[in-house]
Design a protein around this ligand. Structure first.
Ligand SMILES: [Zn+2]
Length: 428
């Protein structure tokens, strides 16, 4: 569809969505839309209120339903990090859209109706398994509902059934490839992976491709699928095999914005911020301008595949990780990228937010990869400070130590960010 035609369709769907929410009789939506004027175009989107994860939690389980309960046909849930899960409801139309966008996603990875596709996401309340399963069927391909776990059975099915597409997390895809050869599978026909539900880097993608190509002896396309249950589940956006690095957002159903996480103001294309999604066609439990908490930027360049859907860069982190230093949003992953880029450094680092004065200061502590002189440390430190200034647009205090100077986290997830409020050094 031509972008102009889609924009017109989005405007009609947005107006219809707001009208549906108003007419739903839902006290939640009545309160949320009080004082909001008519909406007729996509350009009016900014006039609408945000919805956030807490809205779903506070209205647990059915407070955000926009249709009579008897019209719903399915429920999914996402596990809450604490307390109750988040419940999402679907009408028959919602289930059909869910299937369609996942069919598109599988096609983006190279799937065709002739394929046999193994779905190794968990089936159940989680949206991954059933979401992709219905997508495979909607594409006209054949679904193998293997669900998660049991790598040896997965490999046997991949081999015996002649599976060409694999849907699972990137880490499980890598594990299957690594187990294949020792288990005697040297000629699997898997061509592509629809991989998501956990963050993964381009470096990890390289590993997955290498491992699978070694098992199959042919090209393997490892494509990133994005989604979240509050919006629909997987199938909100998908990387295509022709244009890796950015994901097509199926914006005829999910209208994207990128906003400044601190102020909520929309950001121009190319600037990194928080992804916000509006469900244009969802019936049972729509969301308006849902704050996903995921960080990305919109990519303007057209995709070589010819699809006209807008694209977003792969998710680079979570808003929860963001630091605000003197009015500038700083993401620890950006600092990490600069540190990892310098071969003279070991890659270990600590970020200290010094809050002892009114205006917080940012300090980055790193260490040399190999022992060096004071002159070496000073040269590397100046270079790093310059690169951080260029990347963050913020002056950063850099301290370079000898190898081993940055304390390691004992077990579990590495702690990289520390706050300093008193005279005590927070990392010593
Ligand atoms: Zn594409």
């Amino acid at each position: 569809m031509a972008p102009a035609q889609r924009a017109a369709q989005q405007g009609v769907r947005l107006a219809d969505l707001v009208a549906r929410l108003r007419a739903s009789g839902s006290p939640f939506w009545e309160a949320r839309l009080a004082g909001v004027g008519d909406v007729a175009r996509v350009e009016d989107l900014g006039d609408l209120p945000f919805t956030v994860r807490e809205d779903l939690r506070d209205s647990y389980p059915f407070g955000m339903l926009a249709v009579p309960p008897e019209q719903t046909v399915r429920i999914h849930a996402s596990s809450g990090t604490r307390g109750k899960p988040t419940i999402v409801s679907y009408t028959a139309d919602d289930v059909a859209v869910f299937a369609e966008v996942n069919a598109r996603a599988i096609a983006c990875a190279g799937g065709t109706p002739a394929d046999i596709v193994q779905v190794a996401y968990g089936y159940g309340l989680f949206t991954g398994g059933l979401g992709l399963h219905y997508g495979v069927e909607a594409l006209g391909a054949t679904a193998v509902p293997a669900s998660g776990g049991n790598p040896l059975l997965q490999l046997q099915l991949l081999d015996d059934l002649g599976v060409s597409g694999l849907c699972c997390t990137p880490s499980f895809a890598l594990l299957l490839a690594e187990r294949a050869r020792p288990a005697g599978y040297t000629d699997l026909g898997v061509r592509y992976g629809v991989l998501g539900a956990e963050p993964w880097s381009d470096a990890f993608r390289g590993k997955v491709i290498e491992a699978w190509s070694a098992v199959t002896g042919r090209q393997f396309d490892a494509c990133d699928i994005y989604g979240l249950s509050e919006v629909i589940g997987p199938g909100v956006a998908m990387e295509c095999r022709e244009g890796p690095g950015a994901l097509h957002i199926f914006s005829d159903h999910f209208l994207p914005e990128v906003v400044d996480p601190a102020t909520g103001d929309p950001l121009p294309p190319g600037e990194q911020g928080e992804l916000v999604l509006t469900t244009l066609t969802k019936q049972a439990q729509p969301v308006l301008r849902y704050r996903t908490g995921d960080l990305t930027r919109l990519v303007e360049e057209p995709c070589p595949c010819g699809r006209t859907f807008p694209r977003m860069a792969r998710i680079t982190g979570r808003v929860d990780d963001m630091l605000v230093i003197r009015g500038i949003n700083v993401f620890p992953r950006e600092i990490e990228a600069v540190v990892l880029d310098d071969q003279a450094l070991s890659g270990q680092y600590a970020i200290i937010v010094d809050r002892r004065s009114t205006l917080p200061e940012l300090e980055v502590r790193v260490e040399l990869a190999r022992p060096g002189s004071e002159q070496d440390r000073s040269t590397v430190g100046e270079r790093l400070a310059e690169r951080l200034l260029a990347r963050l647009r913020l002056r950063v205090v850099v301290a370079v130590g000898e190898p081993g100077a940055v304390p390691r986290t004992e077990g579990g997830k590495a702690v990289r960010v520390f706050s300093r409020t008193g005279d005590d050094d927070p990392i010593l």
